[in-house]
Design a protein around this ligand. Sequence first.
Ligand SMILES: CC(=O)N[C@H]1[C@H]([C@H](O)[C@H](O)CO)O[C@](O)(C(=O)O)C[C@@H]1O
Length: 247
Amino acid sequence: MKHGRRILAVVPARSGSKGIPDKNMQQIAGRSLIALVGEVLNSPACDWIDRRIISTDSERYAEEGKKHGLDAPFLRPPELSSDTAGAVETLQHAVTEMERIDGVTYDVILIVEPTCPFRQPEDVNGVMDLLAATNAGSAVTVSRVDTKFHPHKVLRVSSDDVISFYAEAGAGVKQRQSLEPLFYRNGACYALTRACLMDEQRIFTTTTRAHLVERLLLNIDEPEEIVLARYYAETRHLPVGYKKPSA
Ligand SMILES: CC(=O)N[C@H]1[C@H]([C@H](O)[C@H](O)CO)O[C@](O)(C(=O)O)C[C@@H]1O
């Protein structure tokens, strides 16, 4: 419990990822992405989470989750494990199953995807505290958009290679320093009230708050990002997962 609310953390980890085969089992700093998220959710700073589960269609992923403190009370059905399955449906399924199994109602659902290996317990706490303090429908961790990818710098390329600005305002940009700061969701953590997920059936609402993370985080989609994550872990000694301090 935190802020008087009962909390369910869901780690969505379907198998069958196309971009990176077996993505969620890829190793960074000697542990799988599933292990890393399990470590963070079981860290002392996150001991307020009432239930930590992995939602997967794979027995092997379920076993890996269990080894790292994530329960796997059900396997996700195939229709919720395809490329086209949406996050909302998958999470609603997890909540329905867990409330049936546990016989309780969860007030807040945390979405903690394995694809963010540099996530730390403070990110999960930050998003949960913000949700409670603002009474928002949801709160989401974000990072700053690199100005190279700012919408006013982004181009369209037509089939005959002609360039146009994606946004009309792009034609007027003089220096990147003058661009409006923008943000993207970095995948470290989402916190949703039950009403937001189950009644409004969405992750973003008009009250959604942003918890800004200024540290370097990666959100792994492409094979190169696995290589990059290993490189950052080794050369920049970024904290990866959570390791108990040795006595
Ligand atoms: C909760 C949620 O919306 N998850 C979605 C994530 C996040 O948007 C991304 O990891 C940044 O957090 O992106 C996907 O993996 C994707 O685009 O393939 C789909 C997935 O449903």
